[in-house]
Design a protein around this ligand. Structure first.
Ligand code: GLV
Length: 317
């Protein structure tokens, strides 16, 4: 039996299928660079996820022809894997697109609504016994319906958020995407990031992580936002200059932020946690029972395809 390392507990039915076909080792904590190098030499296939550090250094340490032939990543984002280094070492990398699009877009809307309507703050108030009762000026937030929605990165998840905004909340949609992109619902592509930041009431980030988009939303981009603007990040923490965002929120230069992702997860800076004008979630984008099972299934199916000599359908490198 081929040896498969699954780096975190996954849905039971998928785990059972894996155990029927492979000699499975189940890990339970993120793999360091050294752990990754060791695993590349010890297993035929690995099902890793966010937090496992498959850097160029890990591949270099594992040597020219590691035993492992495939990393069937659990997750659509794979910026924790150096896919080019993997390819250079003969290791295929796959991901889990499509199955998590709706769940992730739903978290985008959850954050947008919760931040605009001060739901986090309100919840904390009720739980702490600090609510003094209904009042015409208690808990006033920002109206959502009809406001302009700006999407950074009009891929699958960006389009799913945009559809929710357009069809559900009558929001005019603008978007910034590096390549020309047409979509099948009303939405306008803007020339540059500045125009997006300046034109939107709500900015939702849905670009992939990794070096190409590191600190794409920097100090200048944040400065271009309207004072009543709200930033939502459901992509990767590294896409935003977190320190600049904290400064903008503290100074009240933007109205709020809804974040599902952070620069150094699971670390969330104390200064961010102290702010009332942001809603902070623990990377819940794809976290529904159905979606997480579908992701596990897709990751395993790619590994099975590879080990049976078929091309893995979601290969990215
Ligand atoms: C989750 O963030 C994923 O990339 O699937």
């Amino acid at each position: 039996m081929k040896k498969l390392l699954i780096t975190r507990h996954i849905a039971e039915p998928v785990l059972e299928q894996a155990r029927a076909r492979f000699d499975v080792t189940l890990a339970s904590a993120p793999l360091s660079v050294d752990d990754c190098a060791e695993a590349l030499g010890a297993y035929d296939a690995i099902l890793p996820t966010l937090g496992d550090d498959f850097t160029a250094g890990a591949f270099a340490k594992a040597g020219a022809n590691p035993r492992c032939g495939i990393l069937g990543n659990f997750g659509v984002g794979y910026s924790h894997i150096d896919a080019a280094a993997a390819a250079a070492h003969g290791v295929a990398v796959t991901n889990t697109p499509d199955v998590l699009t709706d769940a992730t877009a739903d978290i985008g809307m959850t954050l947008l609504l919760a931040t605009a309507r001060r739901a986090g703050e309100g919840e904390r108030m009720v739980r702490a016994g600090r609510w003094g009762g209904f009042g015409p000026k208690v808990g006033l937030g920002t109206h959502v319906t009809g406001k302009t929605l700006g999407i950074i990165g009009m891929g699958r998840i960006g389009q799913a958020v945009a559809r929710r905004g357009h069809f559900g909340f009558a929001m005019p949609v603008i978007y910034f995407n590096r390549s020309q992109k047409t979509v099948d619902f009303p939405a306008r592509q803007v020339e540059n990031l500045h125009d997006l930041m300046a034109g939107a009431d709500f900015v939702v980030i849905t670009v992939p992580g990794g070096a190409a988009n590191a600190k794409l939303v920097d100090r200048d981009a944040l400065a271009a936002m309207k004072p009543e603007g709200i930033l939502v990040n459901i992509a990767r923490g590294e896409v935003v200059d977190e320190a600049a965002l904290i400064e903008a929120l503290e100074a009240g230069r933007i109205a709020g932020a809804g974040l599902d992702v952070y620069e150094h997860e699971p670390h969330v800076p104390e200064r961010l946690r102290a702010l009332e004008n942001c809603v902070l979630l623990p990377h819940l984008g794809s976290a529904t029972v159905e979606t997480r099972q579908a992701m596990a299934q897709m990751a395993l199916d790619n590994i099975i395809a590879f080990t049976e000599g078929r091309p893995p359908p979601q290969k990215v490198n």
